[in-house]
Design a protein around this ligand. Structure first.
Ligand code: ATP
Length: 267
């Protein structure tokens, strides 16, 4: 039997008196594409730090790609995980050429550290930039790109090592409507790709859920509100409980939209 990609059992993260992540159970299988939804401060980024092997749980057991955190060499595990997040993006030097931002992932570094990379690495970087629709930017510096272009380059970088798990922490943050829609359709195509890794996408907005994603984990106050297949658990009641207000949820052509439920005025 194949190990799940992620298997968390009663995982908690505590900092002093604060509980950031509270007894989370979660299983992600190889062919699944998950969205992690929740309001600000719900614990989404903390949870992603665990599943990207950047952070050990304070309590509970976390297995990622069959390895138990705390009992494995994270430096061997991390290259098997593709991560795109705001904190990683901040560490990319603005003067770095786009092709090097992508290619340096295969060496597990941010920022160029060799004069020469190998040709197959460059070929892979170019083909990923092409797949993400930004091949024309390969010779530009990262600092000159728009926010949407940077997001695409980061996803190409996250895919560079051919990871077994791809984690995208708020990839649509800061994008305009066109940029968001472009990204949603790119991720929707990636979700259907039979050789793509398991994907976990963090978001605050149901509008950002790409068609063809399969599962959702809803978080609030560090706890799981609900987790399961989108078609079963993506309900008004679950979403309202997650965001702490009555919401109306609509679904059209594989896309979701949500807004506050207005109270009827009594006459
Ligand atoms: N070192 C710390 N000590 C105490 N609380 C912390 C610490 N680090 C983070 N927190 C708190 O933990 C909670 C979860 O943070 P986290 O960044 O995981 O949430 P998030 O769901 O990603 O939020 P956002 O959507 O705003 O990015 C927040 O309330 C945050 O203030």
């Amino acid at each position: 039997m194949i190990d799940p990609v992620v298997q968390l059992e009663a995982v908690s993260v505590r900092r002093g008196a604060a509980t950031l992540v509270d007894r989370i159970d979660w299983v992600v299988e190889e062919d699944e594409r998950w969205v992690v939804l929740g309001p600000n401060g719900a614990g989404k980024t903390t949870l992603m730090q665990i599943v990207s092997a950047q952070l050990h749980p304070s309590e509970g057991e976390a297995h990622v790609l069959g390895e138990r955190l705390g009992a494995t060499d994270v430096f061997e595990l991390r290259p098997r995980i593709g991560l795109a997040s705001a904190s990683l993006a901040e560490r990319i030097p603005r003067s770095e050429a786009v092709r090097d931002v992508v290619v340096s992932a295969s060496y597990g570094v941010v920022g160029r550290w060799r004069e020469e990379y190998f040709r197959p690495d460059h070929e892979r970087a170019e083909s990923l930039l092409n797949e993400l629709g930004v091949a024309r930017l390969a010779d530009r510096t990262f600092g000159t790109l728009s926010e949407g272009e940077r997001k695409r380059v980061q996803i190409a970088r996250a895919l560079m090592t051919d990871p077994e798990l791809l984690i995208l922490d708020e990839p649509a943050a800061g994008l305009d409507l066109g940029g968001r829609e472009d990204l949603v359709s790119t991720l929707s195509v990636l979700a259907l790709d039979g050789v793509a890794p398991a994907i976990v996408l963090v978001s605050h907005h149901v509008e950002e859920i790409p068609p063809n994603f399969t599962h959702v984990l809803m978080l609030r106050g560090g706890k799981v509100v609900v987790a399961g297949p989108l078609e079963h658990v993506m309900t008004e009641a679950n979403l309202s409980a997650t965001f702490g207000m009555p919401l109306v949820l609509e679904q059209t052509a594989g896309r979701y939209a949500a807004r506050r439920r207005l109270r009827r005025r009594s006459t």
